[in-house]
Design a protein around this ligand. Structure first.
Ligand code: CA
Length: 357
């Protein structure tokens, strides 16, 4: 890992506010724009792990920047600490985003990994967060934030307080978009994270249908429990993985059939699909988005990353990478998605503002 014991740390006092730039001209003709505008007017942008394209993911600073960039929702991935604090962290492991291996070198499990659930909240507060690294210590997105500021792991409670305060001060209504991570794994470790998240949301009055929140999970049973066992009527989103990711025990191939989507509609309000599930290799709709819309579910695909678009288009016989504008055009104007998760909220906002004019 890149943070050395004697490295100098510089506090990040000020989060720079990036101005929205509406510079790129749309290639759509005016008729297409007129048709597109009704849907793009309503489309939402979900800050994926906060403004993770600019600042280390899930930190309070990244959430603050996402707020100032105009996010409609800010995502919090949730895992539990040893003492049952909900912490905002994407993985059950804490080693790829913090200096845990330097602060607590002897606390890895037999597989060499450091697990958030093995550390108390007080211990986690002794760590610093850095840009996401691979297990070999290389930064995953090399052009993103460099350096070792004193970013901290934040709790769900801290994120809620931050967003509530910013909403009050700026007279805005930015919503929460928490994800309950690895519920089956948490249960095997003796912790019912679904119930803990329910308690946290109930305390904040965020379980009602009109609450400004979407609650997401890859595990269908977690969403069904929220609805049936805990009477949560707030909006629920079923995330759809690929089976070979082994995200949960659910069968995602089955979930992507017409019957599977109809089943989702029985317990959820929306679907968080992986972008490549929606688009064929030659850039056409796969049919999955249509099925989701036919069931009356909202569609919020993940993840639009300007620096890692991950979608290729077929130009005659030539395969090439899609541009940002092309991918956003496919998502919003062809697939007519209701919103998108993005590491770069500002880029998606610019596109939507252009498309609505
Ligand atoms: Ca997530």
């Amino acid at each position: 890992m890149s943070i050395t014991a004697n490295a100098r740390f510089y506090p990040l006092h000020i989060v720079m506010v990036l101005m929205l730039v509406t510079s790129c001209a749309s290639s759509l003709d005016e008729n297409a724009l007129a048709q597109a505008s009704s849907k793009t007017d309503k489309a939402v942008v979900i800050a994926h792990r906060g403004a993770s394209g600019y600042l280390p993911e899930h930190t309070m600073e990244a959430a603050t920047l996402a707020f100032m960039q105009g996010a409609d929702y800010i995502e919090q991935d949730l895992v539990l600490s040893k003492d049952n604090v909900l912490i905002v962290l994407h993985d059950i492991h804490i080693d790829t985003v913090t200096n845990v291996e330097q602060v607590f070198p002897k606390r890895a499990r037999e597989d060499g990994r450091f697990y958030a659930i093995d550390f108390t909240w007080d211990e986690i507060q002794q760590l610093y967060v850095h840009e996401r690294q691979n297990l070999d210590g290389k930064q995953v997105y090399p052009e993103r934030y460099k350096g070792n500021s004193r970013f901290k792991v934040a709790s769900f409670e801290q994120h809620i307080a931050l967003i509530n305060n910013l909403n009050r001060i700026f007279n805005k209504s930015v919503g929460l978009y928490p994800e309950i991570k690895a519920p089956e794994w948490h249960l095997r470790e003796g912790k019912d994270i679904t119930y803990t998240v329910f308690q946290a949301l109930a305390k904040e009055g965020l379980t009602q249908a009109d609450a400004n929140i979407y609650i997401q999970s890859f595990y269908p049973n977690t969403l069904k429990r929220l609805r049936d066992e805990f009477s949560v009527s707030a909006k629920l989103v079923q995330l759809v993985a690929e089976n070979d990711w082994q995200e949960t025990s659910a069968d995602y191939a089955q979930m992507m059939t017409a019957e599977g989507v109809a089943e989702i509609a029985k317990y959820a309000d929306g679907v968080g699909a992986w972008i490549p599930q929606l688009i064929t290799p030659d850039g056409k709709p796969s049919g999955f988005a249509e099925q989701i819309e036919a069931e009356g579910l909202v569609l919020h695909p993940y993840t639009f990353r300007s620096d890692d678009l991950g979608v290729k288009l077929q130009d005659g016989n030539v395969e090439r990478k899609a541009t940002s504008h092309e991918l956003l055009n496919i998502l919003f104007n062809e697939l007519e998605v209701d919103g998108v998760f993005s590491d770069q909220v500002d880029h998606v906002k610019s596109f939507l503002i252009d498309a609505s004019q």
